[in-house]
Write a protein that binds this ligand. Sequence first.
Ligand SMILES: O=P(O)(O)O[C@@H]1[C@@H](OP(=O)(O)O)[C@H](OP(=O)(O)O)[C@H](O)[C@H](OP(=O)(O)O)[C@H]1OP(=O)(O)O
Ligand SMILES: Nc1ncnc2c1ncn2[C@@H]1O[C@H](COP(=O)(O)OP(=O)(O)OP(=O)(O)O)[C@@H](O)[C@H]1O
Length: 491
Amino acid sequence: MEVEKMDENEWKYHGEGNQSLVVSHCQRCVVLRFLKSPPNQNKTSEEILHHLQNIVDFGKHVMKQFFGENYVHHGEIIQLPLDFVRQLCLKIQPERPESRCDKDMDTLSGYAMCLPNLTRLQTYRFVEHRPILCIEIKPKCGFIPFSSHVSQEIKHKVCRYCMHQHLKVANGKWKRPSKYCPLDLFSGNKQRMHFALKSLLQEPQNNLKIFKNGELIYGCKDDQDCVSDWNELARHLKPFFFPSNGLVSGPHCTRTIVKELIHVITMTLLSSTDACRAGDMKTVPISQGRSYCEASAFNKELVRNGKHKLESSGLPRGCLLYKTLQAQMLDMLDIEGLHPLYSRVEQYLEEFPEERSTLQIDGLYNEAFYEKLLDLSTEDDGTVAFALTKVQQYRIAMTAKDCSLMIALSPCLQDECSEQRPVVLTSKSRFTFSVSVLDLDLKPYESIPHQYKLDSEIVNYYLKNVQAKDDPVMSTLFKENEDCTLVLHKV
Ligand SMILES: O=P(O)(O)O[C@@H]1[C@@H](OP(=O)(O)O)[C@H](OP(=O)(O)O)[C@H](O)[C@H](OP(=O)(O)O)[C@H]1OP(=O)(O)O
Ligand SMILES: Nc1ncnc2c1ncn2[C@@H]1O[C@H](COP(=O)(O)OP(=O)(O)OP(=O)(O)O)[C@@H](O)[C@H]1O
């Protein structure tokens, strides 16, 4: 990219999260990713550069090992003319959702990350401008904690996502709870996966987005502005799934197209298209812990129908969901077991602050950092080294619990499909596809106390407001606890 000739008119607003803002090039398949920060808390250019360097190094040296070379696009740092960045920021400001405007895009350093545009990534090398469909899923945590440090029994039964939904609705983040449960998606069982994906399509929240030729056609632009019109979605998807237009319109057509879409997503998520170094490293047997969540609507439906055995077919070892889950499961102790170890590291750092860089708390995220993560022992020998390893593994797990999976699909004819490219078939069409993972920025060390607090807020809210209502005994117990006025009688 010729940075001297950058023109803001060639770029447009693409999307943003809590930490970064993304713009895409109008013609080429690249995006620029800028860091964001709260107003008046601007970092120096050196700090931004260091942060971005850490993100790139972490992707390159650590996450590629966990996920595989082809799934991770670590990108590169680019230095842009400040004038271009300022003009770009002004240009895109009206496009930004209000709920994200509590932070500003960094316009002072001139540094950004340059990445392939995964919503337009051509899966078929020889033909350009082929229509392309991209599905982005933020699956969240796909397992129930198995750690003995967990203090509340409910955490062994109901997954964090399902519990958190209630708090989010109560806080006004979302209007309605979603029926999506990550344990269904990560089950490897096609029926459960279909249910999970259908639930995501019904209530996408910030867990599902669909792009057509790089444009968002389905999902939430803003917390309050969610597009979930299946007829409109089907209209967009019809040329992909029924290219010869052989399907009549109407609700039946919509349902058929959505079913085909769900089928394609399931097949691509279960496909194994890449090997990785950590492939042999089995963090935790998936059989450990419960493989279903009691709050899952799918599970409740089964119980209602008198069936009590929920199928979990297991994930194929090479697929992206499996790799994501393995990385998530580096959280072996749960935040409750991790927090005291964090305090141990903190205490050590208070005594020896100069050790912070040797301990690689804020980088360098190199090969040595990765090697230290491979020690999976949970036997605490009381050392700072043990505590630090668990803290770093927990940070990786948190990162994997918050990443997004991108599935890019482009239609191909039978004789066009090359053997090197994976293909997925539907009833009337075929697609070459690629899967990748994004937002692999390592979660900061400093966020651990917040995680600890949030965990107890989520669980306490659920116990008090949801489980207590389902369970009359619990309900009475909570009522008694709430009304515990002590009345003193004269004796
Ligand atoms: O804590 P969670 O599970 O609510 O996850 C946060 C996400 O909320 P979600 O529940 O997915 O809507 C949250 O997503 P939104 O900003 O709500 O879209 C962020 O991804 C946040 O990451 P960071 O701390 O900004 O790096 C995420 O925080 P981390 O916990 O990953 O740090
Ligand atoms: N390489 C890419 N290609 C296409 N789209 C991208 C790319 N990187 C990010 N995006 C889009 O921009 C959005 C925001 O990016 P990202 O998830 O990295 O932000 P974030 O602020 O780090 O997120 P979070 O809120 O989870 O911390 C993504 O949800 C995705 O839709």
